[in-house]
Design a protein around this ligand. Structure first.
Ligand code: LMR
Length: 405
């Protein structure tokens, strides 16, 4: 009976968003969820998305029929090119990729986890410590046991590379290793390309299985082709791997749930038939879960990805977003240094992407929320896009106060 259902805790991130919305203080600042805001703290519809939307609306042939189970190929093929580095990717040339349109990044991670739970049994998944909170429950939900590898060094506020390597070495052979392709969430700390090469070497020796999650392509370096360098390197090394890809952030299509799951098989004479078998199983899983994916967001992205002129405009829009974030990193660091706030603050500008991992402790996070109406996740992560020229001084002064207490 219903009595056996226990109360579950509210999702921390969406709970934070709710608390922020309920807060009546005019000075309140939202540094919680990873969603881009303009300098007036407002959501930003990318101008190129507005254009694509108009093209879509003007199309007299547009209807609301079902998409194929694996989604629309005009979208999924371009999504694959985007993360694998274009049609010259060996995986694309050798037809070793299959792609399934998903309910954004969460749906892609879930489909991948479900697929591995079914066909790569008895393995653990290794998640970075820390990682995006949802990774834990997505893998737990499909029964894949979770282990952690060290990632963030509290001392340097950078990568704990030695700890990471030791854990990957120590993991049982053939483990699933979840890697953030770029702009790590929540830390904003990425391995360098040389470090990625060392990571790849460990994975090769230990026959581990790379599971890339990419939600911030275009936000790390501001260059789409640099932000996929890790994935490209692994593919060039001949790895069999999967990629969960979100278009929520880089297209600002958060609620439209546009995403993709890709499987790349290793180079082999029978790779084409292998990939066909994998595609057939993914179709069965997809059909039982969502039948076929939602169209609107994927259609928007597809219009942009397939039109060179719109694509260039998109890159420009991405530079607008990443550029504003970088200027806020500079402003926040400069203000904290000007105030002489105890500690070092170079990590704010060293870290990249949407987030900064401030180093504020949980009690400090709770105090800054109650005293200053500034909302961030309990681990001290701030979404940089929540800062703007109107509130950055206020936030710096609040951090200064809290750190000195
Ligand atoms: C975040 O980490 O803030 C975003 O990825 C939003 C989400 O779905 O958790």
């Amino acid at each position: 009976t219903a009595e056996v259902v226990p109360q579950a805790p509210e999702d921390p991130l969406f709970g934070l968003m709710r608390a922020y919305r309920a807060d009546q203080d005019p000075k309140k600042v939202d540094l919680g969820i990873g969603a881009y805001r303009d300098n007036n703290a407002k959501p930003w519809v990318l101008p190129v998305v507005k254009k694509a939307d108009e093209i879509l609306r003007d199309d007299p042939e547009l209807n609301h029929e079902y998409a194929p189970i694996a989604g629309i190929t005009s979208f999924t093929s371009k999504a694959a090119e985007l993360i694998l580095g274009g049609v010259d990717s060996p995986a694309i040339k050798e037809k070793r990729v299959t792609s399934v349109q998903t309910i954004s990044g969460t749906g892609a991670v879930h489909l991948g986890a479900l697929f591995l739970a079914r066909f790569y049994t008895g393995k653990k998944v290794y998640l970075s410590d820390p990682t995006w909170a949802n990774h834990n429950q997505i893998f737990s939900n499909v029964g894949i046991p979770i282990a952690k590898y060290p990632y963030f060094s509290k001392e340097t506020r950078g990568l704990d590379f030695e700890g990471m390597k030791a854990a990957l070495h120590g993991a049982p052979e053939g483990s699933i290793i979840l890697l953030h392709a770029c702009a790590h969430n929540p830390t904003g700390v990425d391995p360098t390309l040389d470090q990625w090469k060392e990571i790849a070497e460990i994975l090769r020796v230990k026959k581990h299985f790379p599971f890339f999650d990419t939600a911030y392509q275009g936000f790390a370096s501001g260059d789409l082709m640099r932000d996929n360098a890790a994935v490209r390197y692994f593919v060039d090394q001949g790895f069999e791997l999967v990629v969960a890809q979100s278009f929520a952030k880089n297209f600002g299509l958060y609620g439209e749930r546009a995403g993709c799951f890709h499987v790349v098989t290793a180079p082999a004479p029978d790779a084409e038939t292998t990939i066909a078998r994998i595609a057939s199983q993914l179709a069965i899983l997809q059909r039982s879960e969502i039948s076929n994916p939602p169209l609107y967001g994927a259609r928007i992205a597809s219009i942009v990805l397939n039109d060179p002129k719109l694509f260039a405009e998109w890159e420009d829009n991405l530079r607008t977003m990443s550029g504003r974030i970088i200027s806020m990193r500079n402003a926040l660091r400069a203000k904290l240094e000007e105030l002489g706030t105890p500690g070092t603050w170079n990590h704010i500008t060293d870290q990249i992407g949407m987030f900064s991992y401030t180093g504020l402790t949980e009690p400090q996070v709770l105090k800054i929320r109650s005293d200053f109406h500034i909302y961030m996740t309990k681990n001290g992560r701030i979404s940089m896009a929540g800062l703007n020229t109107n509130n950055v001084d206020y936030v710096a002064k609040a951090i200064d106060k809290i750190v000195r207490e």
